[in-house]
Design a protein around this ligand. Structure first.
Ligand code: AMP
Length: 281
C-alpha cells in the first residue's frame, strides 16, 4: 500500500495506472475505520483493478458548533487495519492540499434544494460541504467507480445527483449498511457512545423495522407510520428525534402514501451524539 499525501503526485500515479488500462475504484472516508468502511473497500477491490482509499476529515461539512475538533482521528490504527486489505493507495491530504485557497475563498458546489432538506434543516452546511470535497477528491483520484454507503443516504443521493448534473465520469456505487449485532448502524461517531448508549441506540433500527411491519399490515399513511415509529423509538429511550421521513428512494421527495419501494430516513440524538439511519421499506 502506497501512502500518498500530495494531490499532484497522486494524479501522476493514477495517470500511469490508467495508461496501463487499470480501472480505479475510490473509497473516500474520514477515517476511524470500521466494518462499514471496510465493506466499501472490499466491494471496490472486487469491482475494480486498483483501489484508492482517502482519509480526510473535511472541515467544510461541519457546522461551527459541531464535532469537527472531537471527531475521532486514529491514523495509526487505520493503517494497521488497512494493511490487512489489498488496497493500492491510501491518500491522506492536509487541509491546504484540498483547499489551496483559504476556506473562505474556495470554489463551492451547492445543491439549492437537497442541501436544505432533512439533515439540511439542522446541518445546512453539510451536504454542500460534502459535494465540494467529493468533487475535489474525484478530480484528484479520477476514479472509474466510487463507493459510498447507504448509511448516509441523503449524501449518496446528493453525490449521485452531482455526478449526473456535472457530467462527472465516475460511476457512483451505493453499498448496503453494515450494522452491529444489535442492529445499530456502524458509524465512527458511535465511539462517542457508552456501552449502555450503544444498546439503547439499537431501538432506532427496531423502529425502522417496525415501519416496515406497519406497511406489511397495510398501513400506508406516512404520517401515521411516522407517529407510531416515533413513539416506538422514544417510549423507553432517551433518544430525541430530529426527523423521520418516508421518501422516494431516488429523488428523496416526501411520500404521503408509503409503498414498498420507499425509504424511511431517521436522524436524532442520544444525549449529545447525532445518529442517522435509514431502511428500504
Ligand atoms: P465517513 O468516514 O463517515 O465519512 O464514511 C465514509 C463512507 O463510509 C461513506 O460513504 C459512508 O456512507 C460509509 N459508511 C459509513 N458507515 C457505514 C455503514 N455502517 N455501512 C456502510 N457504509 C458506511
Amino acid at each position: 500500500m502506497l501512502i500518498e499525501s500530495t494531490p499532484y503526485s497522486l494524479q501522476n500515479k493514477i495517470r500511469s495506472l490508467k495508461a496501463r488500462s487499470c480501472t480505479v475504484g475510490f473509497v473516500p472516508t474520514m477515517g476511524a475505520l470500521h466494518e462499514g468502511h471496510l465493506s466499501l473497500i472490499e466491494t471496490s477491490i472486487q469491482k475494480t483493478d486498483k483501489t484508492v482509499v482517502s482519509i480526510f476529515v473535511n472541515p467544510t461539512q461541519f457546522g461551527k458548533n459541531e464535532d469537527f475538533d472531537q471527531y475521532p482521528r486514529q491514523l495509526e490504527n487505520d493503517l494497521l487495519i488497512l494493511q490487512n486489505f489489498n488496497i493500492d493507495i491510501l491518500f491522506t491530504p492536509t487541509h491546504d492540499d484540498i483547499y489551496p485557497h483559504s476556506l473562505k475563498e474556495r470554489i463551492q458546489v451547492k445543491d439549492p434544494i437537497l442541501s436544505k432538506l432533512y439533515c439540511g434543516v439542522t446541518r445546512p452546511q453539510f451536504l454542500d460541504g460534502v459535494l465540494g470535497v467529493v468533487l475535489r477528491l474525484f478530480n484528484i483520484v479520477m476514479p472509474d467507480k466510487a463507493f459510498f454507503g447507504e448509511k448516509d443516504y441523503q449524501q449518496l443521493i446528493g453525490i449521485q445527483k452531482m455526478a449526473k448534473d456535472l457530467f462527472l465520469s465516475t460511476e457512483i456505487v451505493g453499498c448496503p449498511i453494515i450494522r452491529e449485532k444489535n442492529g445499530l448502524a456502524m458509524s465512527s461517531r458511535n465511539a462517542y457512545l457508552s456501552k449502555q448508549e450503544r444498546q439503547e441506540a439499537a431501538i432506532i433500527y427496531q423502529g425502522l423495522c417496525f415501519a416496515r411491519k406497519l406497511l406489511d399490515m397495510e398501513e400506508t399513511d406516512s404520517q401515521k407510520i411516522i407517529e407510531k415509529v416515533s413513539e416506538f423509538i422514544t417510549k423507553d429511550s432517551m433518544i430525541r428525534i430530529d426527523y423521520i421521513a418516508i421518501v422516494d428512494p431516488n429523488t428523496l421527495k416526501l411520500k404521503r402514501q408509503a409503498s414498498k419501494d420507499d425509504r424511511i430516513l431517521f436522524a436524532g440524538y442520544l444525549n449529545q451524539t447525532r445518529l442517522i439511519d435509514n431502511l428500504a421499506l
